[in-house]
Write a protein of this length. Structure first.
Length: 273
């Protein structure tokens, strides 16, 4: 396969990444099927045709959000400094996710095995630890509300709520698109890969890392209420910890079932006879 990088043509890098990914899951193939290479390759390749456009769009959105936020800060509000990180990281996460979805659809129309049923449950894909990290991270809104109600740091609380809201919106977009899309498969093997790719895609929205942004403000400024410092550190540690455990458990995926994953590796001929 020519490494041209043009839409509609698989690149060598995408095929090699697919072969390696399958090998780690107990499937050794000489050349993976086109459907699997289309679906796996863009997700694992270092570069994806058209990705720069998506990232450029993300930066435009981030600059607009940061500009509005900066305007409020100029007006003298004691806003948290780390909120811009929410805007940038959330936008980039969505852009990267959209870039490989666009790439796989540009290569070929994806077959649909089941549009309404047959999808694995959200709990099976995400796992309890991931769900816990999501609830803890965005449950931080309750902590922000407590700061809003009980301290004079109203602007800090509103700024944090705005950053969390954008991060939640970005994560929700990825998770809804991942969990509710139809099963793109044509047999048992590609259906098993479809499930594994849902797990992989869900990791594009790692919520616990957003909780760590509150530590940035504790390190570089004194805008966080002193009475909540311990609570903020505990919140970030708990969210990061559950996220790390969830990702670790995701990495321990079962081997793929037997099936047609591509051209099997041909054994070397015995030339000693």
């Amino acid at each position: 396969m020519a490494d041209t990088g043009w839409p509609g043509e698989l690149r060598f890098e995408e095929v090699a990444a697919t072969r390696k990914w399958l090998g780690k899951r107990g499937i050794d193939v000489g050349e993976p099927s086109r459907l699997l290479a289309i679906r796996i390759g863009p997700r694992l390749s270092r570069s994806v045709p058209g990705r720069f456009r998506w990232l450029a769009g993300a930066m435009v959105v981030s600059v607009l959000l940061c500009g509005v936020y900066g305007f409020l800060a100029v007006r003298g509000e004691e806003l948290p400094e780390g909120v811009n990180v929410y805007f940038i990281c959330g936008s980039i996460q969505v852009a990267l996710w959209l870039s490989y979805l666009h790439r796989e659809r540009a290569l070929d129309p994806l077959p649909v095995m089941d549009r309404r049923s047959g999808r694995p449950s959200a709990r099976k894909i995400l796992g309890d630890w991931y769900i816990a990290s999501f609830v803890i991270t965005f449950g931080g809104a309750a902590l922000a509300a407590a700061i809003l109600v009980t301290t004079p740091a109203k602007a800090y609380a509103w700024g944090w709520l705005g950053g969390l809201g954008w991060a939640a919106l970005c994560c929700a977009a990825i998770l809804v698109g991942t969990l509710w899309r139809p099963v793109h498969a044509e047999d048992t093997a590609s259906a098993a890969v479809d499930t594994e790719l849902r797990v992989l895609d869900s990791q594009a929205a790692a919520p616990g890392f957003f909780a760590a942004i509150v530590l940035f403000d504790l390190l570089v400024s004194d805008r966080a209420p002193a009475g909540f410092t311990g609570w903020l550190i505990a919140y970030a540690a708990l969210a990061l910890g559950t996220t790390a455990v969830g990702i670790r458990r995701h990495q321990r995926r079962p081997a793929l079932p037997p099936g047609d994953y591509g051209t099997p590796i041909r054994p070397l001929l015995d030339t000693t006879r």
